[in-house]
Design a protein around this ligand. Sequence first.
Ligand SMILES: [Fe+2]
Ligand SMILES: [Fe+2]
Length: 255
Amino acid sequence: MTQRDPDWAQWKAFFAARRERPGVRLLPDEPGLSGIPASVAHSLAIFQLGESGGGTVVGQARGSTLPSLGEDYAETLAMFVAEEHRHAELLACCVRALRGRLITRNWTARLFVFGRRLAGLRLKIMVLLAAEVVGICYYHVLAEGLPDSALKGVLREIIADERAHLRFHCDFFRTQLRTAMHRRVFAALWRALMFAAAVVVLIDHRHALSDLRIPVAHVWRRWMVYSRTAENRIVCVANRGAPAPCLGWQQGESR
Ligand SMILES: [Fe+2]
Ligand SMILES: [Fe+2]
């Protein structure tokens, strides 16, 4: 481990401390849920599907010979996958409370699975990092557009988790981008991936956004802030060896 490498044991302890959190219980007669459009339930069902699966990356991390990883990283990645599965359970509860139906197939979820199956741990983690930006941005704008309710609280809890996940994946890339050329290639691929993901999400979730009167331009602006923040955390930290400015993040988070 070099001086600039993340402390995976610390990340492992961070995820381990969150493993026993309770689930949530949402019922259709909870205050604030009855007026929420059906399109929101469908939108959350799509995300619920996306939050399921993803275990193969752990096996790949265990056998990886990439620099600065090791057993602590692989074990932390396994706990990260478990947290995503918890999100799937929370979202399933939200979908049922909105009297929506869970789904087993969706074209954007299939695209995400395709991305996750790309050869190479770095590409897989880049797709997972993109999913964190997608999740943080979308859950955030959705929570802003919803009336006060327990559902909003669940979304906020998931957003806080996704922010930690994003920092975890950013730390991974800081170990992998060791030259200026690596960082330039990463930035180019990252921007292309983020642009494609934005278009896909705006198309697939257009009905929920429209029903909640959330302007596309607002989603786009948030998207840009979060995707550039992730890029800065990786590229600027790797360039300077010091934390990048945390644009758009809540201050005072535990990690
Ligand atoms: Fe998640
Ligand atoms: Fe996540």
